[in-house]
Write a new protein. Structure first.
Length: 215
């Protein structure tokens, strides 16, 4: 496979993480999550991480310049020499422009499309064990005993991020930020739309059929 520089876009719960893992394995590129980059810089107390922490500690958004700085450091590492998959970046038009400013030429922006109603139901049905971390879903993967972990017997809970009202707010925010971003990549001819409401394997095959032509 040739080198590919890919962005994956999609609302919370659309399956970006699942598909990113498949893409990274097939095309032998690192899956770069901005969340992971942040955590690594904070954990290792890098200069950028320490600067970001001052904003976070004060409840402020981390400026794009710092996020871009961390990303620049990450994609300059050896494993990115033959491409990468960006998950969670860019989130805004300013970040998309910054990526161009770094001299990076993206091959495709995979946009996972899904109706929001089933998405909210999917996310709001998630339950987690507070003890061992096992994950369940009240409809698609319920525990044997209602609200009790199969593995350790601990009571399951719903994360605040997974509550329906929180999910709805996140989707509204995603819409506001993502529509201009999707339009940006459409104008550049890079947006590739994928029906993410299909079964997981079908979604993966849709993505592979797009990227195989570019690799």
């Amino acid at each position: 496979m040739g080198s590919l520089k890919i962005i994956i876009l999609g609302p919370p719960g659309a399956g970006k993480g699942t598909q990113a893992t498949q893409i990274a394995a097939r095309y032998d590129v690192p899956h770069i999550s901005t969340g992971d980059i942040f955590r690594k810089n904070l954990r290792e107390e890098t200069p950028l991480g320490l600067e970001a922490k001052t904003y976070m500690d004060n409840g402020l958004l981390v400026p794009d310049s710092l996020t871009v700085g961390m990303l620049k450091d990450r994609i300059s590492e050896e494993d990115c020499r033959h491409g990468y998959l960006l998950d969670g970046f860019p989130r805004t038009l300013a970040q998309a422009d910054a990526l161009v400013g770094l001299g990076e030429q993206i091959d495709a922006a995979i946009n996972l499309q899904v109706d929001y109603a089933p998405l909210i139901e999917r996310i709001a049905g998630r339950r987690v064990c507070g003890n061992c971390g096992s994950a369940y879903h009240i409809i698609t993967a319920p525990p044997k005993v209602e609200n009790v972990c199969d593995n350790c017997g601990t009571e399951l809970y719903q994360r605040d991020d997974d509550k329906a009202e929180t999910v709805e707010k996140r989707l509204v925010e995603y819409d506001e930020k993502s529509k201009p971003l999707v339009a940006y990549y459409e104008n550049n001819g890079l947006a590739k739309h994928v029906d993410a409401s299909a079964p997981i394997e079908d979604v993966t095959n849709q993505i592979f059929s797009i990227l195989d032509k570019l690799a």
